[in-house]
Write a protein that binds this ligand. Structure first.
Ligand SMILES: Nc1ncnc2c1ncn2[C@@H]1O[C@H](COP(=O)(O)OP(=O)(O)OP(=O)(O)O)[C@@H](O)[C@H]1O
Ligand SMILES: [Mg+2]
Length: 277
């Protein structure tokens, strides 16, 4: 049996279980280790955020879970089954707005349902529900070019939700947005998540965002890509502005910040020695 080297939370019946996953890429006849024996359990309906320096393997890990990349060794398990490719159980939201520009908001949201051969009336109903949930009902018949960046991302979230995946994998979805839009979308995403619980993995470079959203923050380190620290965010939901301004939030943000930006200088607080060996 593989003993997880890092990130083992001891979660029983994990929704997602990453078991000693290593990913190497061949670069000019050299092997580059993008992920080195990464282990992580994520509970059903848990919201985890992933932070870490550029190149530490965040997207690679997400792509492995999405079934878009394979691992070199180890296993990625979702609902007890090894991931062998993409599936409707996992909705993926990329940093770039991956909307079809020639389809309206409604048609974009209905797209996955159409592919899944959901009957038209049901499709319409489900799309309408999620369009309303993200506050785009007035733009349901608009094309993406008529939307702001934040509205496009809300449409992408509605589209991912509409196919009813039990897992949402989000790779820096709010990275390109201004601070105010970003904060609004964070709040909206949490509203959505509290109404319709999903297991979420959300990658970000923004430490405040990581703490604000998560049940747990996973801090990764580079060369080789690995889990460096895991920080429990014991702040209450709903995460209001008061929560964001609380001293506890400040402490957690500092802790994550320290872990990300001082990871070459020693052992992360609260981390087993094996994680930094
Ligand atoms: N298809 C590929 N071929 C070769 N190397 C790759 C490939 N994909 C990723 N890598 C390498 O693996 C490492 C991890 O990449 P990854 O995109 O997962 O990093 P990241 O943590 O998401 O970074 P960022 O924060 O910049 O998005 C990088 O050094 C990258 O160059
Ligand atoms: Mg990335």
């Amino acid at each position: 049996m593989t003993i997880p080297q890092n990130g083992d939370s001891g979660i029983v019946d994990a929704k997602i279980s990453v078991r000693s996953v290593t990913k190497t890429f061949s670069l000019k006849s050299e092997e580059f280790v993008a992920l080195d024996r990464v282990s992580l359990d994520i509970a059903d309906n848990e919201f985890i955020t992933v932070v870490g320096p550029s190149g530490c393997g965040k997207s690679t890990l997400m792509n492995i879970l999405a079934g878009l990349e394979t691992c070199t060794s180890g296993e990625a398990i979702v609902d007890g089954r090894a991931v062998s490719g993409p599936g409707p159980d996992r909705g993926v939201i990329f940093q770039q707005y991956a909307l079809f520009p020639w389809l309206t908001v409604r048609q974009n949201v209905e797209f996955g349902l159409k592919t899944a051969r959901v009957p038209a009336a049901e499709r319409r109903k489900r799309a309408q529900h999620f369009i309303q949930m993200v506050g785009l009902e007035q733009f349901a018949d608009a094309l993406p070019k008529m939307l702001s960046g934040g509205m496009k991302q809300r449409c992408a979230i509605a589209r991912a939700y509409a196919v009813d995946p039990s897992i949402l994998l989000m790779d820096e979805p709010f990275g390109a947005l201004d601070a105010l839009t970003r904060v609004k979308l964070q709040e909206q995403l949490l509203d959505t998540w509290s109404q319709e619980k999903r297991t979420v993995m959300f990658i970000t470079h923004d430490v405040d965002e990581a703490v604000f959203l998560a049940n747990r923050v996973i801090v990764m380190a580079a060369r080789p890509g690995r889990i460096f620290d895991i920080i429990d965010v014991d702040l209450p939901y709903p995460r209001t502005e008061d929560v964001r301004l609380s001293p506890k939030f400040g402490e957690l943000r500092n802790r994550v910040w320290h872990s990300v930006y001082h990871q070459n200088s020693g052992t992360a607080a609260g981390t087993q020695s094996s994680t930094t060996a």
